[in-house]
Ligand binder design. Structure first.
Ligand SMILES: [Zn+2]
Ligand SMILES: [Zn+2]
Length: 79
């Protein structure tokens, strides 16, 4: 199941399940602003492409809630 992480790994802004977020195949998660401008659509952790994170419907979120474990990169993102 896709892990819906609660924040951007670059700027640490909140990314609730309905947010416009970007993910790579490893579920590294970024906000749209970081992904599209700072990262140019490439995950800085694995080098893979970032795509729009699908929104999990509210009814499904009740049974399969989003992750609450915040993940932030140890190294700063390219700027
Ligand atoms: Zn961000
Ligand atoms: Zn990645």
């Amino acid at each position: 199941m896709l892990l819906l992480k609660p924040n951007c790994e670059c700027c640490d802004r909140d990314l609730p399940p309905e947010a416009d977020a970007r993910i790579c195949s490893f579920e590294c998660t970024f906000c749209a602003a970081c992904a599209d401008t700072r990262l140019q659509g490439i995950c800085p952790n694995c080098g893979g492409g970032l795509v729009t994170r699908p929104v999990r419907p509210t009814a499904a979120l009740a049974r399969f809630p989003a992750s609450q474990d915040r993940v932030v990169r140890s190294a700063p993102c390219p700027s």
